[in-house]
Ligand binder design. Structure first.
Ligand code: SF4
Length: 126
């Protein structure tokens, strides 16, 4: 967050717990998404965005890595996927635990985000 603000980008972060931030939402759309659908903070994007299309979640207390089937996925090499899984591995467990539990987003926005998310097929990664 500090790097984004230091670079002069607008502040779209909200603190959900001490030292943990989430992005505010414009009707369930990231505020850093540019009109041309690029990321306006690409070089400084959050860890979960760096990891995409690898998604990490907790299942029975253990980390589970899922490869999401989006338009980008077939274009990635095995090396790319290893790199993205490495990015996902850097996401702190408490951030995974708290992301939706402590979210300040409205219930309809969370429902909409989850609905979009469920549209992607996924498969566990080794
Ligand atoms: S990559 Fe992340 S920060 Fe950038 S527009 Fe997409 S969701 Fe927002």
């Amino acid at each position: 967050m500090e790097k984004v603000l230091k670079a002069g980008h607008p502040d779209h972060f909200i603190e959900i717990r001490s030292g943990q931030f989430e992005l505010k939402s414009n009707n369930a759309v990231c505020p850093y998404l540019a009109k041309d659908l690029s990321c306006s903070i690409h070089e400084l994007r959050p860890q979960a965005c760096r990891a995409w299309p690898v998604h990490v979640r907790l299942k029975d207390g253990e980390r589970e890595y899922l490869l999401m089937d989006c338009l980008l996925t077939p274009k990635l090499s095995e090396g790319d996927l290893r790199e993205m899984k490495g990015q996902a591995a850097r996401i702190r467990t408490e951030n995974i635990e708290n992301s939706f539990r402590c979210s300040r987003l409205s219930k309809p926005e969370i429902d909409l985000i989850e609905k979009r998310f469920r549209r992607f097929k996924n498969r566990p990664m080794k």
